[in-house]
Ligand binder design. Structure first.
Ligand SMILES: [Zn+2]
Length: 86
């Protein structure tokens, strides 16, 4: 499962083999390597937290700041990837 992170997306669930959301056309492969697998939290005051996986299947955490999708440039700055410490 790949999740679309466009907050206005009507149908964010997509099959794993697609590069773009079948509903809104947003990129599903972030930075060319990460797929969003599930939403961990949308309760934070600053943005949404997603679990993502790279091609080797290693899970990481993605934080998307609110307002990110207003422009592509601000979105690039707002996407932060964190390694999961376990
Ligand atoms: Zn979408």
């Amino acid at each position: 499962m790949s999740l679309c992170i466009n907050p206005n997306c009507q149908n964010p669930d997509n099959p794993d083999n697609l590069l773009r959301c079948q509903s809104c056309g947003s990129e599903l492969l972030l930075e060319g390597r990460y797929r969003v697998t599930r939403l961990l939290s949308d309760q934070g005051g600053y943005g949404d937290i997603y679990e993502i996986r790279d091609r080797s299947g290693i899970a990481k955490v993605l934080k998307v700041l609110r307002g990110c999708l207003k422009s592509r440039e601000s979105c690039k700055k707002a996407l932060s990837v964190y390694a999961v410490n376990r």
